[in-house]
Design a binder for this molecule. Structure first.
Ligand SMILES: Nc1nc2c(ncn2[C@@H]2O[C@H](COP(=O)(O)OP(=O)(O)OP(=O)(O)O)[C@@H](O)[C@H]2O)c(=O)[nH]1
Ligand SMILES: [Mg+2]
Ligand SMILES: [Zn+2]
Length: 322
């Protein structure tokens, strides 16, 4: 297996690459105009052409690209191949712009640390972003050693994340890691999402068998991890497949995530079109509503919060372009 095959290079990627001059590579990390990419011959640094016309896709961690020799012999990214999936959020610094987090993940792992109570709004929000990416979603409950009955947490999570695989892990004790590893079978890519301190990097390090990612002590008194670095790095695993850690994320704002919303709340989406005023029903007492009263109230209210957020975003975007 070549290093690229271990990262998921398949026939389809190779064929896409053949449309250009360059050779196939996968972006391991992006850092100010330069990328580290994996090629069939190992990892190299390439520049990601600053002259690239605006509107061209900027490479993100996980992207498949083609690389050509540049003017001064440093290789340059020629093309970003069309993404199969993309984990993106609303740019935290700007209201109406997306920020690409991870490209071409096969599974998004939403990590929640069991040192805290499950926060339904937060978990569902991460799931919306996960589903919107086009990848499958797994909820990974971490730090199960801190709970007497983690199965109960798993049941709760399953109710909040229909359609997602729910895994229980205790990385520091080596428990549940096989299940996480099985998400990577077939050289797949797992993108870990979740609030700071959830236990993402600890999972990555235990699976990779290295200290690839920095972990840190949770502050006493609260369970929030401290902010250190935000580099998103694709980490190859010894048995094939890769994981992308996303450090330093406090919250995710979904970006144009109507499909992700529908997938995260399938029971609401299933009934939605049966409301008498289906196009305009906010399921808040409108006559002939098929949703209100027939689904969990908490889920409905969180769904509506997210729907309002997305509707506001659509308005912002319309204003921006008019
Ligand atoms: N008890 C216990 N603690 C854990 C476990 N996994 C992680 N932790 C602790 O939780 C804290 C945060 O873990 P990290 O892996 O750094 O969290 P993170 O999700 O990477 O956080 P950010 O990088 O800030 O986004 C550290 O003090 C870890 O030692 C576990 O399985 N059991
Ligand atoms: Mg981390
Ligand atoms: Zn309705």
């Amino acid at each position: 297996m070549t290093p690229l095959e271990a990262l998921g290079a398949d026939q389809r990627w190779r064929e896409l690459a053949e449309h250009g001059e360059g050779r196939l590579a996968r972006v391991v990390q992006v850092d100010r105009g330069e990328c580290e990419v994996m090629t069939d011959d190992g990892q190299i640094r390439v520049s990601s052409d600053s002259q690239r016309a605006q509107g061209d896709v900027a490479p993100a961690t996980g992207d498949w690209v083609t690389v050509v020799p540049g003017p001064d012999d440093t290789p340059v990214v020629e093309r970003v191949l069309e993404r199969r999936t993309l984990v993106a959020r609303r740019d935290p610094a700007e209201r109406a712009r997306p920020q690409a987090l991870v490209a071409n993940a096969d599974v998004v792992g939403v990590v929640h640390g069991l040192d805290r109570r499950i926060n339904p709004a937060q978990l569902e929000r991460f799931c919306v972003v996960g589903w919107q990416s086009g990848a499958a979603v797994a909820v990974i409950l971490a730090k199960a050693d801190l709970r007497r009955n983690p199965r109960r947490d798993a049941d709760k999570a399953a109710g909040l994340a229909p359609g997602a695989t729910v895994l229980v892990t205790a990385a520091l004790r080596g428990e549940g890691l096989g299940q996480v590893a099985s998400l990577l079978e077939g050289n797949r890519t797992l993108a870990l999402l979740g609030p700071s301190g959830a236990g993402k990097s600890t999972l990555v390090n235990t699976l990779a068998g290295t200290d690839a990612q920095v972990t840190r002590e949770v502050r006493p008194g609260d369970s929030k991890g401290r902010h250190t670095t935000i580099a998103r790095r694709l980490i190859p695993l010894p048995g094939g497949g890769s994981i992308v850690d996303t450090p330093g994320i406090r919250a995710v704002g979904p970006w144009q995530a109507w499909e992700g919303l529908a997938s995260a709340y399938p029971e609401i989406d299933d009934l939605d079109h049966r409301c008498r005023f289906a196009q305009n029903c906010w399921h808040q007492g409108e006559p002939g509503c098929a949703v209100a009263g027939n689904v969990d109230e908490g889920r409905l209210s969180r769904y509506l919060d997210l729907a309002h957020e997305l509707a506001d975003q659509d308005l912002d975007r319309t204003r921006q372009w008019s």
